[in-house]
Design a protein around this ligand. Sequence first.
Ligand SMILES: NC(=O)c1ccc[n+]([C@@H]2O[C@H](COP(=O)([O-])OP(=O)(O)OC[C@H]3O[C@@H](n4cnc5c(N)ncnc54)[C@H](O)[C@@H]3O)[C@@H](O)[C@H]2O)c1
Length: 218
Amino acid sequence: MQRVAVIGLGPIGTRHANIYDEMEGAQLAAVCDIDKERADALAKVLKVPAFYDVPSLLETADLTMASVATGGREYGSDHHGPTMQALAAGLHVLCEKPISNEIAPAEEMVALAREKGLCFGVDLNHRFTPAARLAKRWVDEGRVGHQLFMNMAMWIHNLVSPPSGFRSRRCILTPSISCATSVATSLRFNVLVSRRRDAASTRQRSSTCGLPPAVSAT
Ligand SMILES: NC(=O)c1ccc[n+]([C@@H]2O[C@H](COP(=O)([O-])OP(=O)(O)OC[C@H]3O[C@@H](n4cnc5c(N)ncnc54)[C@H](O)[C@@H]3O)[C@@H](O)[C@H]2O)c1
């Protein structure tokens, strides 16, 4: 059973917390946001302790895993600090996408996860969406020819005026269900991998447990 804290409680961290709260194999143990009102409000609903900074969270709560959904500038600037702190404390981490806005901090996170033998997943949940699977199938079948680049648009719950370049009616049906279901699928995958990793590492004390040292693609 993974005991999970969610760090960063915007719309996406809140979704993570709600999913962990309902998921088999995971127990939501704490929530954390530097915005006290956000942390207190969600903690009250989900009946878990609230924390307002990562060091206090890691010092106090009994955890095996953290979701980092902090975002920041261009949605990627604030993941590095909490992720490094959580990994240093020995927790598996699922980090929201994008991993970072820059290569160096991204590499640091992956390197620390490898060094510690921990799972580090980046929530590329849209790989699980029907639209992405359909696009992949078309590429595999050669239906779109040799791919040079991809121009993509995404929208959620605003199907009245889809972007003009988006022509597949089959795809238009998918985004409204994509976010909720794909985040749930992605989180389940990460919890499963973390559990396999924990089970394997109790059998084998070395890092050669049959899984790569850091898992960064979900
Ligand atoms: N997987 C998906 O489908 C999907 C969809 C949308 C967004 N995202 C990603 O999710 C992330 C969060 O998005 P959002 O819209 O919820 O962001 P948001 O800005 O609304 O929320 C981020 C929260 O993190 C908190 N925070 C920042 N630094 C912190 C720290 N050091 N410790 C504790 N809390 C801290 C902020 O106070 C804020 O409440 C982004 O990286 C975004 O790219 C993923």
